[in-house]
Design a protein around this ligand. Structure first.
Ligand SMILES: [Zn+2]
Ligand SMILES: [Zn+2]
Length: 273
């Protein structure tokens, strides 16, 4: 199994970090988790084009995690020579989001159907909403969902991907909670979106201070990793983005509470699981 961090940014635009998204490749399948800013550029860099995706799995519907879902929908449709419905899994609300996305794209859909003689149908999708339990069985790959805690944003989920005795936990935005512990239990790799409350506190913006109480800090993530007995903790979606050269400082904070391997994520970093 291979995990590729496609984008390691946050809502705040960053020249070097695309929005949050990850690719998990296992047993010949390509699973895309979240669709942040620039997802298709990074996906192309990882050698995967939209028609090749076996499923998109969303952790929650915050804009930074779904802003380029419309690009995935459009290019899956436009690049597929025959109808190729996009399978999407996500928390309750996902089906309505897909329907609204297609509605938003109505002008483009009409232009392309009118222009291409071999294109007759609008984009289609097969949506599955999950909260707790089995989310996907494809080939020998199994994905389980569990509820996370990103309140007042709700519902939100994380995923546990298992193949060939190896496990990746993809947490999404959440504070420590029972669902997260279940996703991470004994995982080889645990990917957590994190913030640094100590740095956020230095920014004179009330709106930015609001993010502290619904994300895991680096220390929270490290303690979750230690409690769950994971092998490698991967930090992503870092707020604020680490200043160049400060990555070791971020890792050191995690290592204070977690004895396993710590990875400070960068775009297109690939990890063999
Ligand atoms: Zn969020
Ligand atoms: Zn986020």
């Amino acid at each position: 199994m291979k995990l590729t961090l496609l984008g390691t940014g946050s809502p705040i635009p960053d020249a070097n970090r695309a929005g949050p998204s990850m690719l998990v490749q296992a047993d010949g399948h390509h699973l895309l988790f979240d669709c942040g800013r620039g997802v298709l550029m990074r996906l192309a860099a990882a050698g995967v084009l939209p028609p090749m995706l076996h499923r998109v799995l969303l952790t929650h519907l915050h804009s930074d995690h779904v802003t380029d879902l419309n690009d995935v929908v459009t290019m899956r449709w436009a690049m597929s020579p025959v109808p190729n419905p996009l399978p999407v899994t996500g928390p309750p609300g996902t089906a309505a989001l897909l329907d609204r996305t297609v509605a938003m794209l109505e002008d483009d859909i009409c232009y392309r159907i009118a222009h291409h003689d071999d294109l007759h149908e609008p984009p289609s999708h097969e949506t599955q909403e999950v909260l707790d339990g089995p989310a996907l069985a494809i080939g020998e790959v199994r994905v389980t969902a569990a509820p996370t805690d990103h309140r007042p944003v709700a519902p939100t989920v994380g995923y546990r991907v298992e193949h060939d005795g190896r496990t990746v936990a993809i947490a999404g935005d959440t504070v420590p909670c029972d669902g997260l512990d279940r996703l991470c239990a004994g995982a080889d790799v645990y990917v957590q979106t994190v913030i640094r409350p100590d740095l956020v506190a230095q920014v004179p913006s009330a709106r930015l201070q609001d993010i502290v109480d619904y994300h895991s800090s680096v220390t929270d993530a490290a303690r979750t990793a230690a409690r769950a007995g994971v092998g490698t903790l991967v930090l992503t979606h870092m707020v604020p983005a680490p200043a160049p050269g400060s990555e070791d400082e971020w890792a050191a904070i995690a290592r204070a509470d977690f004895g396993g391997e710590v990875v400070v994520g960068t775009d297109l970093l690939a990890i063999d699981v």
